[in-house]
Ligand binder design. Structure first.
Ligand SMILES: [Zn+2]
Length: 208
């Protein structure tokens, strides 16, 4: 990956890979969303690996808030994976929907670790989610520099281990095959391509 790739917003709108149905509590969708959005927050791109308690620092976010569309509270297509911070800052407001618009059309991260808006909607999202909080900027710089260090010295075992720790998959990949959504899964054929299933087959890369 290039140095800033961990902070590159997707160049395409997210196309759903899973379709679980029938859970009566939206939190039950969390393992599906972890796999769906590759263990990172759709808004700030922070990864589970960057938090001491991993997925416990993440939650299920409603694109259309429960107060606006209560009938979609347990609709998987209205749910995304978000860190607690972005989720609590967003509250009941609407922001860019990464399943409709490619976020790279609105946001990019510069060399200094700042998120820059390229559209008015992108600017609103930066403000709403405080994406340029100093803690976030320094975190981007830290991981960018780690990526540079790895590129220069990937044969160094300790640097290699640090890099894998930062950009590898979490250890507790959800076993979606063991989950039985009450009303089935409209995209069940994709479960075999989930990260856990690929790891079991030895097909998962070290980093993402
Ligand atoms: Zn976030």
């Amino acid at each position: 990956m290039n140095d800033l790739e961990p902070f590159s917003y997707p160049s395409t709108a997210h196309e759903r890979r899973h379709g679980p149905k029938g859970y009566s509590n939206f939190s039950s969708f969390k393992p599906w969303l972890r796999d769906e959005f590759v263990f990172r927050c759709v808004y700030c791109l922070n990864r589970e690996r960057w938090y001491p308690d991993g997925s416990a620092s993440f939650s299920v976010d409603h694109l259309y808030p429960k107060t606006v569309t209560p009938e979609r509270e347990n609709d998987y297509t209205n749910l995304v994976y978000s860190c607690h911070r972005c989720n609590s800052l967003k509250q009941d407001r609407l922001t860019l929907d990464p399943t409709i618009t490619p976020l790279s059309r609105h946001l990019r991260v510069d060399e200094a670790g700042n998120v820059r808006a390229t559209t008015p909607d992108g600017a609103k999202m930066i403000d709403l989610l405080q994406l340029n909080h100093p803690t976030y900027i320094s975190r981007r710089v830290f991981y960018k520099e780690l990526a540079i260090l790895y590129r220069r010295s990937h044969d160094d075992k300790q640097i290699h281990n640090l890099y894998i720790h930062a950009f590898g998959y979490p250890d507790d990949l959800p076993d979606l095959n063991s989950l039985k959504p009450p009303l089935g899964n409209s995209l069940a054929f994709n479960v075999r391509e989930s990260h856990h299933a690929r790891k079991m087959r030895g097909e998962l890369n070290n980093v993402h």
